[in-house]
Design a protein around this ligand. Structure first.
Ligand SMILES: [Zn+2]
Length: 140
């Protein structure tokens, strides 16, 4: 697959920002990392921030950095987590909030590749079925 090198590179960039830290309240910060390749070819990274008041996924953290540079189109996105007990790296599928967030930034992001493994991607469209705003009901 021609994108394998890009996928490996993005996974590496996401893994490079992993910096797990447990707060005094026991919440984990930075244990999930994400990398976004923008349509313009730039890479943005971010980490998750899990606080009792509000949680921010790594994907949305990376996307906020992208938006801060005036970019809104995603080419590829990946999030990773390392199991501290086994040392193994896992690719995580984006949660529902992040899937909808990516679509709402720009509808063209439905064509973004969401990396789900070392060689596996799916279009955001496939992970977000029935996303269209519905037609009004026929009443009466
Ligand atoms: Zn999420």
């Amino acid at each position: 697959m021609e994108d394998d090198g890009t996928i490996r590179s993005l996974i590496g960039r996401a893994a490079a920002v992993l910096r797990p830290h447990r707060t005094r309240q026991g919440r984990l910060l930075g244990d999930v990392g994400a990398a976004v390749l923008s349509a313009d070819g730039n890479i943005y990274t971010g980490v998750c921030v899990d606080t009792p008041s509000w949680g921010l996924c790594a994907e949305r953290s990376a996307l906020a950095a992208m938006i801060g540079r005036g970019e809104y189109r995603i080419d590829k996105v990946v999030a990773v987590w390392r199991n501290e007990e086994t040392g193994r790296l896992h690719v995580l599928a984006p949660c529902g909030v992040c899937r909808e967030f990516m679509r709402q930034i720009d509808d063209d992001n439905l064509e973004a590749d969401v990396i789900l493994g070392g060689t596996e991607t799916r279009k955001l469209r496939e992970l977000l079925p029935a996303h269209a705003w519905p037609e009004p009901l026929e009443e009466g």
